[in-house]
Design a protein. Structure first.
Length: 301
């Protein structure tokens, strides 16, 4: 009897192949883990790729200090369950050292400051590969990027100088000082991620489900009321039933009104959506049409 391979199984197999290729070709990989849905999937794939052994590289979170508390709690719990080594690269420490300058005002965000923190951490620990959870369906600049995304000795990305990736062959050769970002989820969609999480029954932070939260409206988006965001004139907090499609710095991550209380509800909601999660809930991507590409050129995720 023929065995029918599902789309999710094909995606899982491709991602595991990529992870094993990196482990074989490069010496010091690290997995970037934020506690969000994509990095949760990435961590699960790494667990499967190297089972029954432990994940053979550390997990690193670039912490802005302005993250959702529920996500940080989940991050620590999940990493401890796997017995993985967690490295926390702190944006606050970058500010304290004078490596980054804190923004001020009601639209201030630490999101862009993550770039220098990430690059400093890669250099400090000597990482030559960093797994990230980016997907091509998220945003136009990410759609340009290869699975193996090479960064020069300044950590910068040149979209015009990328290596071909034919027949799932990946060239991991790098020179001293360079490193490669690796995106095993490149060919996944947001719906694929949620269907995989549902199939695997993976635990996720509770903010991905509908819950009551004090929010305020700005530029057509709902932001959580917190100590990290300064309200402007005319902005009045109110309580709403919301959930988050993506997690990140509280200053630039918006919620969506929702009554999705289960994984099945979330899958149905995403299947019906016609707007990407970053397009609907990330203010940092709205700065200019090329906002993400500009950040990626500088060394962003």
């Amino acid at each position: 009897m023929a065995y029918e391979v599902t789309q999710l199984q094909e995606l899982e197999s491709e991602s595991i192949h990529i992870m094993r290729e990196v482990a074989a070709e490069l010496e010091r990989p690290v997995l970037l883990f934020s506690g969000g849905k994509d990095s949760i999937t990435l961590l699960r794939l790494a667990e499967k790729a190297f089972w029954p052994g432990r994940i053979p590289f550390p997990v690193m979170h670039v912490d802005t200090g302005h993250n959702f508390p529920e996500v940080i709690e989940f991050r620590d719990k999940r990493v401890a369950e796997l017995g993985a080594r967690l490295i926390v690269a702190s944006v606050q420490e970058s500010i304290d050292k004078g490596r980054a300058v804190e923004e001020t005002g009601p639209r201030a965000s630490r999101n862009r400051l993550q770039t220098v923190t990430l690059l400093d951490a890669i250099e400090e620990h000597g990482f030559d590969a960093a797994f990230g959870g980016a997907r091509r369906d998220e945003e136009r600049a990410r759609a340009k990027e290869r699975v193996f995304s090479f960064r020069d000795d300044f950590g910068q990305w040149d979209p015009k100088s990328q290596r071909p990736e034919l027949w799932n062959l990946y060239n991991g050769k790098i020179r001293k000082g360079e490193h490669v970002r690796v995106f095993p989820l490149s060919n996944w969609t947001e719906l694929d991620i949620w269907q995989y999480i549902a199939n695997e029954r993976l635990e996720i932070p509770p903010i991905y489900f509908s819950h009551k939260r004090d929010v305020f409206k700005r530029d057509g988006m709902l932001y959580a009321v917190s100590d990290h965001v300064e309200l402007m004139d005319g902005e009045t907090p109110f309580e709403a039933s919301v959930r988050y499609r993506t997690v990140g710095d509280m200053s630039c991550t918006g919620a969506v009104q929702s009554e999705a209380h289960s994984l099945e509800d979330v899958v149905a909601e995403i299947a019906a959506s016609r707007i990407t999660e970053r397009g609907e809930t990330r203010a940092d991507d709205r700065a200019t049409e090329a906002a993400m590409e500009d950040r990626k050129r500088e060394g962003y995720f």
